[in-house]
Design a protein around this ligand. Structure first.
Ligand code: UDX
Length: 469
């Protein structure tokens, strides 16, 4: 009997796909122990009791928590993840060791292997020291990971660090296979911001991209979407599984919890009721994921640009979108809602929203989960990337996949209106919609019977089972 331990970085964009994979593995007959920090797990439980109640009906899936070492009332801003990682590393070690040694076994088999969030060094370094085989789970696209992997080449060739007056439209030469795609402004944000080769974020990215010791790498992507990037990765790392979109695979296989994971905030279902009243493809859905922070000025540009576009808008304004927790939406939100053309919520059931016929396009920060969810729903995107892998995702959406436009570093009301129009009406919008619909069809095929992601998932299950022999 195989037993997999999975350890997620405590963030929505990481925990959500890793939890989907945990459920899939448990449904496939493996024993799965899912590790989360105490604080993060409590937050997830608070907002998704139904989800966890359903998961608790799976006899082979169990949850374990570890302390992150921070005071109870610490806000744990995700953008300070280097501090969180450091604190977690020292405080969770003992609890992690107990789990790996299966101390509270209760009839569970010994641990076969670990699937570690590749953003969390502790999650893989510690089991490696103890001799457990480790699979890396990458929460980014394969293309973004490949760019991370090439950071040492960029450094060696002197392409980064960039100077303050660099021409950001110049093509990047040392991300092999992407020489015709990436401009400097498309590099991951920490590559653009680093002014010295020992910048801590750069070093962190280089460290986490060095996965030469892992047994295998898992991507939440699908073969025909990222065949080129996956093939580059396989040239250095032969065992690579592309098993995404995981939320679609789970739906296809009949997962128990499906889309009920709300995440870090409570879903406001009035967003769906409002969409029910709107005409077909008339609404722009706006959300910047769970981490992005925008300034008051940027928010004002978006507000004016969206209003000027004349489209109906469903806007997710997280309570901490402007940095610190603020109670309630800004005053102007109420005024705009009164016009009937805008609906503002703190957190939405995003996948359901994207699948709603009233939604015409998605203004997104290009997080990888949001990008995949948009593909799966066949919705064109206007991309305004915030940080890390998102700069590459947005470039690929416009340049390679053709299902959206990339606003990149521009944030003016005129640009917002122009981009909205480009994605909502006219010939270009039609081309983007056709590309988005084709991607949705390909995503469906890849998770369906005999599809590439489903086959890769079955191979993963067999490979793990084979390790117990
Ligand atoms: C981050 C990074 O952006 C991403 O690129 C990385 O690979 C993982 O971590 P985040 O910034 O939160 O995550 O963005 P994203 O990856 O898009 O994940 C956001 C998730 O929150 C999505 O699954 C989305 O469905 C969900 N969400 C967002 C909601 O459920 N409701 C909302 O209102 C907004």
């Amino acid at each position: 009997m195989a037993h997999v331990v999975m350890f997620t970085f405590p963030a929505q964009g990481n925990a959500s796909p890793i939890l989907n994979l945990a459920e899939l593995l448990a449904l496939a007959g493996l024993h799965v122990t899912f590790i989360n920090t105490e604080n993060f797990h409590c937050r997830l439980l608070r907002h998704s009791p139904e989800h966890f109640a359903r998961l608790s009906t799976l006899p082979r899936l169990r949850f374990r928590t570890v302390p992150d070492g921070l005071p109870k009332d610490h806000p744990r801003p995700i953008l300070e993840f280097l501090n969180l990682e450091r604190s977690l590393r020292t405080s969770s070690r003992d609890a992690y060791r107990e789990i790996l040694l299966n101390k509270d076994g209760n009839g569970w088999p010994p641990v076969t292997c670990v699937i570690a969030d590749a953003n969390l060094r502790l999650a893989y370094e510690f089991p490696e020291e103890m001799g457990f085989p480790v699979f890396f789970f990458r929460t980014t696209s394969a293309a973004s990971f490949w760019a991370y992997h090439c950071i040492p080449d960029l450094l060696k060739a002197g392409e980064i660090p960039l100077s303050v007056d660099s021409d950001m439209d110049e093509m990047v030469e040392n991300v092999r296979g992407m020489e015709k795609i990436l401009r400097r402004r498309d590099l991951p944000s920490f590559c653009q911001r680093a002014r010295t080769a020992d910048d801590p974020f750069l070093l962190f990215a280089v460290g986490t991209a060095d996965d030469t010791r892992s047994r295998a790498v898992l991507f939440n992507t699908f073969e025909c979407l990222e065949a080129a990037a996956l093939s580059l990765i396989r040239s250095v790392h032969q065992t690579t599984y592309a098993v995404g979109p995981l939320h679609s695979l789970l739906q296809g296989i009949g997962g128990t919890a499906g889309d009920t994971l709300s995440g870090l905030w409570e879903q406001d279902r009035s967003s769906v009721a409002w969409l029910d009243e709107q005409p077909h493809r008339s609404v722009v859905y706006v959300s910047f994921g769970s981490v992005a922070v925008v300034s008051e000025e940027q928010l004002a540009e978006f507000r004016v640009g969206l209003v000027d576009s004349g489209y109906r808008v469903l806007w997710v304004l997280r309570s901490d979108l402007m940095g610190s927790e603020k109670q309630g939406a800004p005053v102007w939100a109420g005024e705009l809602e009164a016009t009937g053309k805008m609906k503002v919520v703190g957190w939405a059931p995003q996948r359901e929203v994207l699948g709603h016929p009233a939604v015409g396009c998605f203004l997104t920060h290009s997080g990888w989960n949001s990008t995949l969810e948009s593909f799966a729903a066949g919705v064109p995107m206007v991309c305004w990337p915030f940080f890390a892998d998102q700069q590459i995702n947005s470039r690929f959406v416009e340049e390679v996949w053709g299902s959206g436009v990339d606003m990149k570093d521009v944030c003016s009301s005129e640009a917002v209106t122009r981009m909205m129009r480009a994605a909502m009406e006219g010939e270009r919008a039609e081309r983007m919609r056709l590309a988005a619909e084709r991607l949705a069809e390909e995503a469906r095929r890849s998770v369906g019977e005999g599809g590439s992601s489903r086959m890769e998932f079955l191979r993963l299950v067999e490979d793990i089972k084979g390790m117990t022999a």
